[in-house]
Design a protein around this ligand. Structure first.
Ligand code: SAM
Length: 221
């Protein structure tokens, strides 16, 4: 899937590894607002098995597991994935959590239609080219069952960090060591080709604050 920023991807992976070693609870232990929303949407749809992309140290993974869903949680940081496994064990939900080291730039290790719903909070807006983002969404469409929901969030061009720091091209800016691909509306629209675009919701997270869109899409039957 890669189209030419392997050095940036490798540096970002190291940066995230170091970050999780130093700040193992970087995002806190409670669920994010998008996860609270997604859990209600997924429950209403009768979802059993969720794929979570770029799950980090698992604040949302563990919440989903406690809500009774089974979660395949992926991240390219093995430090983060190992932490999810340990905490899931300690909290008694290990049977419902599969923490897997996976780089989103590679095909998903899952069969076609094998997942009921997909959640990706601040995943597609990582240091990924537009081409890689399209390929990831194609992969999500492959593993998601027909009629399944895909809920993702991305930082967008209204964010205070947009245009700040080192520019890697393709709307990717690196600030404080973290590279982010800031989305514009056109990218959201183009990614929705072949999907039913249910909702795009503007929200904020954290102290900066980060400015994000929460996108809800359905794979057509
Ligand atoms: C902003 S954090 C969000 C973590 C988590 N979703 C949350 O909200 O708590 C982004 C995550 O993406 C992961 N990541 C970045 N690039 C990735 C890639 N190419 N493949 C898999 N994970 C990646 C990082 O390791 C990090 O955990």
């Amino acid at each position: 899937m890669s189209d030419g920023r392997p050095e940036l991807a490798a540096a970002q992976r190291e940066h995230w590894q170091d970050t999780y070693r130093v700040h193992p609870k970087m995002y806190g232990s409670g669920p994010s607002e998008p996860a609270l929303y997604a859990a209600d949407v997924f429950a209403a749809e009768g979802v059993g098995r969720i794929l979570e992309l770029a799950a980090g140290h698992g604040r949302d993974t563990l919440f989903f597991a406690h809500r009774g869903f089974t979660v395949v949680a992926t991240d390219f940081s093995d430090v983060a994935a190992a932490q999810i496994g340990r905490v899931a064990q300690a909290q008694g939900v290990a049977a419902r959590v599969e923490a897997t080291v996976h780089d989103m730039r590679n095909p998903l290790p899952l069969g076609p239609g094998s997942i009921d719903a997909v959640f990706a909070h601040m995943a597609l807006c990582m240091a990924l080219s537009t081409k890689e983002i399209h390929a990831i969404v194609d992969e999500v469409g492959r593993v998601l069952k027909a009629g399944g929901k895909f809920i993702y969030t991305v930082r967008h061009t209204g964010d205070a960090h947009y245009g700040i720091g080192h520019c890697h091209g393709d709307d990717i800016f690196e600030c404080g060591g973290f590279a982010v691909h800031f989305f514009d509306h056109e990218l959201v629209e183009r990614l929705a080709a072949g999907w039913i675009l249910d909702d795009v919701h503007d929200f904020e997270e954290g102290d900066l604050p980060r400015r994000l869109w929460r996108v809800t899409a359905t794979k057509p039957n």
